[in-house]
Every structure is written in C-alpha cells, then in structure tokens.
Design a protein around this ligand. Sequence first.
Ligand SMILES: [Zn+2]
Length: 215
Amino acid sequence: MRYYLPEKPAIEEMHRIHVEKGHLGIVKTIQHFSIKYCATNQNQLAIDLVNGCDICKRAKKQIRKYGEIGQMEPTRSWTALAKEAITEYKHTIHSSTGYTPSFLLDGSDPDEIYQDVDLVQARKLAFNTSQAAHKISKERIERKHKVLQLKEGDLVYENLTDESNKEKLESVFSGPFEIGNKISETIYEIKLPNKIERVHIGKLKPYQPPIISEN
Ligand SMILES: [Zn+2]
C-alpha cells in the first residue's frame, strides 16, 4: 500500500530520503520514495530536488575535476602528468586532516579555502585528527588480525626466496613442509628435505589441501 502525498509533503519526504540515504541520484531517490509514497509529477519533483541540491552540485564539480586528469591528451609525458597530479594532490583537502597538505606545510592556499584560519591552530588540529584516524585504522586491522597457530606435524608453505636474488616470476612459497618443534609463538622448526631450519612465522603460511571435485 502506497500513500499519496500532495506536492509540498512529497518534496519534504523526498528531500529527507535523498539526504538520509547519502545524497542519492535522481533514479534512486524516486525508487526509495516509491516504496511508500506516490505523488503527482513525482519524477519531475525528484529531478528538481536533486539538481537543486547544493551538496550534490559540489560533489559533481569535484568528480568532474578529478576526471580531467584521465582525459588529458596521451601525448604528454608521464613525468609532466605526474608533476601535475602531485600539485593537484597537494591542493586537495585530505580526508583525515581536513586541510590541504600545502596549507599545512607552508600556509599556501591558492583556492582561498582557509581565509580566516590560523595556521598554528590548523596544524595542531590536523595533527590530532590524523592521529585519531591512524588509531582507528590500527584498531580495525588489529580486530581482523589473527595470530597463525601452528603445531607439530602441520604442513606449511615456506618463503624460501632471497628477495635480493630472485627472478620476477619465481614463485615465492615452496613446500609443503612439515613442522617439527615449536620454539616460540613466532619461531618454528621446519623439516626441509635436506635440513631442519628455524623459521619466523612471517615466512610461513598454512598448507591447504587441494580441492578435489567428485566428477
Ligand atoms: Zn544531494
């Protein structure tokens, strides 16, 4: 069952949906609206609403700006392009600090975003917010991180390659080999074909038996 809304409440409801769902585009805004409601001329209402949304307009401008890098004529050298990309990066607001790198570095602000901002204050703030962002990602990684638990007799692959003396396509892991003694939480003895070697857990990964299909 869908409710008919007159124009004014329809616009209000559409606006609420549009903002609440993260500034949906025209089609998605209509779709969400239509779950519960209908209104006269609802497509046009959604078009006007989304096209008139300040936040959407700003986001669109940004996207176009980034797109231009991809559309530059391919005749230009990568060194020139890289230089421009770096300059552009320095003048782009960083998602963690909330400031552009160039403003924090030397106060330069060609786009005049920070007209009344005190640089010393801004640096302090940026330092704190970037520390906080670092802490959040650290916690996220540690939440997912599981210590590899191995025991005597398990089979493992071992990274035996010498990074400094390795061909490009050479496989990194060899094995499987059997685990001998567990020396500590991080060091295991591995039974290689010709010797027993003490190896750090970082160079090991558990052996997965191949999946054999029935047919
Ligand atoms: Zn919007």
